[in-house]
Design a protein around this ligand. Structure first.
Ligand SMILES: C[S@@+](CC[C@H](N)C(=O)[O-])C[C@H]1O[C@@H](n2cnc3c(N)ncnc32)[C@H](O)[C@@H]1O
Length: 228
């Protein structure tokens, strides 16, 4: 299926004009950091010597991804984000990180090229909530995308989802349960007590969107699923 024919990315592709530093990072550093989609058939080869691989879908300004990549030099990180200003911001923050590659575009184009059982972790943090019922089909958590995430995760890999929108949290749990019913428990929710989804784990760096949600009085949920 061609990208043009198949799907749209909803939401903004660009915000304010880039500031000088971000523009310079975008022009100078993005070519080095850019993910060559055609090499995703062998993603480990993009990160020689690193045994682990993770993907962040819609990294926004890249705070979580840059912090994870700095904290886990043993892991190769791939980030996908169509929003130009976020990509430029991460390119600036990631100048010294050797274990990070950026796809400036749709995460689905990365997912579908990755081999089965190739990732240790997938992060989907504060996906666009699309609150109107007629827009629910735009939500990233869908049966099709869960299928791809389940396929690319290794056994023992984790899928982390955060949202500050109660309806999106509910939606995620329902969609996962539906997926599991049809596919034999592909995702196991790890929570045992309320604190497990109410408190952000220590190895889960905060994002800009999360800070905004907290400042506005919204309470995020942090969901972690394991791939058996
Ligand atoms: C509400 S923002 C959250 C950004 C960031 N994760 C955070 O927590 O600050 C959702 C992000 O998902 C991105 N996004 C939407 N659809 C996407 C897709 N198909 N592939 C990759 N990113 C996508 C948007 O551009 C946006 O930056």
């Amino acid at each position: 299926m061609t990208e043009d024919k198949r799907r749209l990315i909803y939401g903004r592709r660009q915000g304010r004009p880039l500031k000088t530093g971000a523009r310079a990072a975008f022009d100078a550093d993005l070519p080095r950091l850019a993910l060559p989609l055609e090499r995703l058939g062998d993603p480990a080869a993009l990160f020689p010597g690193l045994g682990r691989l993770a993907l962040e879908i819609g990294f926004g300004g890249g705070e979580h991804l840059a912090a994870q990549a700095a904290a886990r030099p043993d892991t190769g990180f791939i980030g996908a984000e169509p929003f130009l200003n976020g990509v430029a911001k991460l390119a600036l923050a990631a100048r010294d990180l050797a274990n990070l590659r950026i796809h400036h575009g749709d995460a689905r184009d990365v997912l579908e090229r990755l081999p089965t059982a190739s990732l240790d972790a997938v992060f989907l943090l504060f996906p666009d909530p699309w609150p109107k019922a007629r827009h629910h089909k735009r939500r990233f958590v869908s049966q099709a995308n869960l299928g791809e995430i389940a396929r690319v995760l290794k056994s023992g890999g984790v899928f982390r989802v955060a949202s500050d929108i109660a309806d999106y949290v509910r939606w995620t749990l329902i969609e996962i349960a539906r997926f599991n019913r049809a596919n034999g428990d592909a995702f196991l929710w790890r929570a045992r007590q309320a604190a497990d989804w109410r408190l952000r784990p220590a190895d889960w760096p905060a994002t800009r969107y999360e800070a905004k949600a907290l400042a506005a009085g919204r309470v995020p949920a942090y969901l972690e699923f394991a791939r058996p």
